[in-house]
Write a protein that binds this ligand. Structure first.
Ligand SMILES: [Zn+2]
Length: 398
């Protein structure tokens, strides 16, 4: 996703807001229809039936009819996809959307001429029923844009994000394998010893955010002051998110360019995120501990990094079962939880090998992907339980 600031005129903004409202309305209708549905049951209306209902609703409601059918149908399609993800147990149940929170709509079947550059820093995109809307050409728009999503953030800024699978980055052809560990102490650790940190807020910005949060706590509900403080907070958070996204793009391109094979741990990140919170009936175990870890994962944008790596280095990313990678000594293969002295220190209780804990784990990922796991040196197989499993189970979960 490459995201650009949209600069609609006030008149265009009105239509954009209507698009958002229609998309939200249609989405919420679908949510309501499906609110009693559970995986396995087959009685909620499907996409085709919902499209017929949309046609009927448009016939009955002039305000809905005045809007873009493309926008409204796409909202149904997005909902169908969200339901499929939900029943596939990879995502949460699609939720009700509120005005002013994560507003947006999606346009697909974008043609080559629908995005164009006007001058060095200015471009425009064609949006149904809105026409050409200016955008800040902050970087090259990727080739082969297939769809885009227009969003309005809590600070009231409009953005357009073009979805195009990025061009694969050519492999260097050196045969080099890198392990990349989602660090606890750092954002990512490479088997080369490099420690990468996703940028966050600067000290001054952190202090400002704290001040704003305190002010928000004191502001009266519904007051205009509260609204202003909220907008200011959203602005700071948006800046942080922008920086992280930028970091993910640069880091994924760099890794794809430098290494032939990139080994990452297979975290099944969304499952972990969900299981920590648990359900009402069965609250997750170690909730507090896991919640902290999840925050760290999400903050580092790990899922996004892996996704972008897979786009930029197709077929060159190996997802490795991460079991024991953080407890196993890369030098001698001895596995012991006590070897991980702290979040950042690893000291093997068997051979005394010392390393940054995340780098040691990254080296284990690299070696497992390269097929000469620590097991080859007589230790326990990585990623497997204490009882040995066939070699193929050690590798490539994804
Ligand atoms: Zn050792």
């Amino acid at each position: 996703m490459s995201r650009y600031r949209l600069q609609p005129s006030p008149a265009q903004e009105q239509v954009l807001l209507e698009h958002c409202g229609h998309a939200r309305y249609v989405w919420n209708l679908a949510v309501e229809q499906h609110s009693h549905w559970k995986p396995g049951r087959r009685n909620a209306p499907g996409f085709a039936e919902q499209c017929r209902q949309l046609t009927a609703a448009r016939a009955d409601n002039a305000w809905l009819r005045a809007g873009s059918v493309v926008v409204q149908q796409q909202a149904l399609k997005d909902f169908a996809q969200a339901m499929a993800n939900f029943s596939g147990k990879t995502h949460k149940r699609p939720a009700w959307r509120r005005r002013g929170r994560g507003e947006g709509f999606r346009i697909v079947a974008v043609k080559a001429g629908d995005v164009r550059r006007l001058s060095r820093h200015v471009g425009e995109v064609r949006i149904p029923k809105v026409g050409w809307v200016r955008l800040r050409w902050s970087r090259a728009v990727p080739e082969g844009v297939k769809s885009y999503r227009v969003t309005r953030d809590a600070a009231g800024r409009w953005h357009v994000a073009f979805a195009a699978i990025p061009e694969p980055v050519p492999a260097p052809g050196t045969g080099e394998v890198a392990g990349v560990d989602r660090g606890v102490a750092v954002s990512a650790a490479l088997s080369t010893g490099e420690l990468l940190n996703a940028p966050g807020l600067r000290d001054g910005e952190k202090a400002r955010l704290l001040r704003l949060l305190r002010r928000l706590a004191r502001a009266e509900r519904g007051s205009s002051r509260r609204g202003r403080v909220k907008a200011a907070i959203a602005k700071v958070r948006a800046r942080e998110a922008d920086r992280r996204k930028d970091w993910v793009e640069k880091t994924s391109t760099g890794l794809a360019r430098r290494f032939d094979v990139i080994a990452v741990e297979d975290l099944k990140i969304s499952n972990m995120t969900r299981s920590a919170r648990g359900t009402l009936e069965a609250p997750g175990r170690n909730v507090r501990q896991k919640a902290g870890l999840n925050r760290g994962i999400l903050a580092a944008g790990w899922g996004r990094l892996v996704e972008r790596l897979e786009h930029k280095a197709p077929g060159r990313v190996r997802k490795i079962n991460p079991r024991y990678t953080s407890q196993t000594c890369n030098a001698c293969g001895h596995r012991a939880a006590e070897s991980r002295e702290s979040q950042s220190r690893f000291r093997c209780v068997a051979c005394g090998h010392q390393a940054h804990a995340d780098v040691n784990a990254a080296e284990n990922l690299r070696d497992t992907a390269a097929g000469h796991a620590v097991a080859a040196r007589g230790g326990l197989p990585l990623g497997g339980p204490v009882n040995r499993e066939p070699q193929r189970d050690l590798l490539l979960v994804g």
